[in-house]
Design a protein around this ligand. Structure first.
Ligand code: ADP
Ligand code: MG
Length: 465
């Protein structure tokens, strides 16, 4: 068995879906299980519709839903011939009726509770999977539409739920294996699941990758194929740096570290289930099947370049906290550190990077996490502990490669190439394979380009293309 995941850009319209059907046809031998994201920008539109509805702006809500409905039905009509439109189109219509009712509910509530939002966002994947399954059947590829809400069981952290592994494994095997054995292609929604009680949950940004990895681990699949509209994992975000090259091979550790430090090519948690079961992850381009893509495994072999890829995150904020040298005795650095962690944990603000010494604590967080009331709460609490200084409009650029940590020596050659960079802070050590540099937010692009030009001036042809 293999698991194939298709992202939103790979199924954004009828011609993309046709291409996806033909890709699936080439993989029928190894028995594919298909996981699909919402079409194009559907999830964002659903989010906008939910917010507009809660704000009492029914005009905007109705407009957004009408646009979504029209685009889904138009693409469906282009995919199905008249005699097979029946089932799939009826399902699409039914989903839009359900969606309209849920959105009306929000207008009455006047707010968007996280639980209600997940229920609404799930329709993006419910719609795309119904259309893809219909398109496969229409093309003679026997597909069975499954409901991930009955298979992926999660905790109740709406918006970023985590699968309950043993329960989900059992459900995946029980529901998907028989379909595969019957010779059919199971098609299920990425990104969504439900709590033990059955309330719909979502797994967070790019969560479909995570679904694919969880399903593959449960089925002990032979391979995970992530189909996107980029050639693979690249040496830098191709949207930021057009000369980026494709990384043909990298390790689970490198991929996990890259996604953690901002490479949006994969869901941050998708690497772990694959690594735990030693299932290779392949990233392929759905618009160019002949391209090499990226293979992620435990042992990708040697590489002359120490760095495999450059990731970035912006905007981030640097929070500095020092003990206040006031009369009455300052608190110890240990207590200061612990109190600082507690304040961020109270608001569930993840720290991207943290450093502490006798003189104080530095924590780097996503700037979005410090917006509004949450930010005020954090600032006030930290001010109660010590002297706080927050610098916003910063970015973190991270160099990642197993080679940086393998030698047991500091990667001084690589670091010396940073000489010209106007970096404000350097982190190396917590993960030996990563060097992170804090720079001004507006300088991220130039810094990535400069680093790329130096670090990949010569490339190991066996690893990059
Ligand atoms: P999908 O619709 O399949 O989820 P996306 O549009 O999310 O596909 O594609 C992945 C995105 O990841 C691209 O927009 C690309 O700009 C971004 N990205 C960031 N870092 C990298 C990287 N190192 N390699 C490839 N893509 C990257
Ligand atoms: Mg995406």
């Amino acid at each position: 068995m293999i698991v194939m995941k298709f992202g939103g850009t790979s199924v954004e319209d009828a011609s993309c879906i046709e291409r996806v059907a033909e890709i699936i046809r080439t993989r029928l031998d190894p028995h594919p299980v298909v996981v699909v994201s919402a079409m194009g920008k559907t999830t964002q539109r659903l989010l906008d519709a939910a917010e507009a509805s809660a704000a009492g702006d029914s005009r905007t809500t109705l407009g957004l839903v009408a646009t979504l409905r029209a685009s889904h039905l138009t693409e469906a009509a282009r995919l199905f011939s008249r005699d097979t439109t029946g089932q799939s189109v009826a399902l699409v219509e039914r989903y839009f009726d359900e969606l309209a009712k849920l959105l009306e509910g929000l207008a009455i509530l006047g707010e968007v509770p996280p639980r209600g939002l997940d229920k609404i966002l799930a329709y993006g994947e419910l719609l795309s999977s119904a259309i893809l399954a219909g398109a496969l059947n229409q093309r003679g590829i026997g597909a069975e539409l499954m409901d991930a809400r009955k298979i992926i069981k999660t905790d109740d952290r709406y918006g970023s739920a985590s699968p309950i592994v043993d329960l989900t494994d059992r459900y995946v095997r029980k529901t998907i294996e028989p379909v595969v054995s019957s010779g059919k292609v199971p098609v299920l929604q990425g990104y969504i699941g439900s709590t033990r009680e059955g309330a719909t949950t979502t797994l967070g940004f790019e969560g479909s990758d995570y679904t694919a990895a969880v399903v593959a681990a449960a089925l002990e699949a032979r391979d995970i194929e992530i189909w996107k509209d980029v050639p693979g994992l690249m040496t830098a975000d191709p949207a930021l740096f057009s000369n980026a090259r494709t990384v043909k091979r990298c390790s689970y550790d490198e991929a996990a570290e890259l996604t953690y430090f901002g490479a949006k090519v994969l869901h941050q948690k998708a690497v772990y289930p694959a690594a735990a079961k030693q299932i290779p992850v392949h990233i392929y381009n759905s618009k160019d099947m002949s391209a090499a893509g990226t293979e992620i495994t435990a042992d990708p072999g040697s590489c002359v370049n120490l760095v495999k890829s450059i990731a970035y995150k912006r905007p981030v904020s640097v929070i500095r906290l020092r003990t206040r040298l006031a009369a009455g005795g300052a608190i110890s650095t240990d207590d200061l550190f612990k109190a600082a962690l507690d304040v961020l944990a109270a608001k569930r603000v993840p720290r991207l990077l943290t450093a502490a010494s006798e003189s104080g604590v530095v924590m780097i967080v996503d700037s979005a996490a410090l917006a509004g009331d949450r930010g005020r709460f954090i600032y006030e609490r930290l001010s109660g502990i010590g002297e706080v200084h927050v610098e916003s409009e910063r970015g973190v650029v991270s160099l990642v490669g197993d080679g940086l940590g393998n030698s047991g020596r500091l990667p001084l050659d690589t670091l010396s190439s940073l000489g010209e960079i106007r970096g404000e802070m350097l982190f190396h050590g917590p993960s030996p394979r990563t060097v992170s540099i804090v720079v001004g937010e507006s300088e991220v692009k130039d810094v990535v380009a400069d680093l790329h030009n130096t670090l990949f001036a010569e490339i190991d042809e066996r690893v990059f293309c």
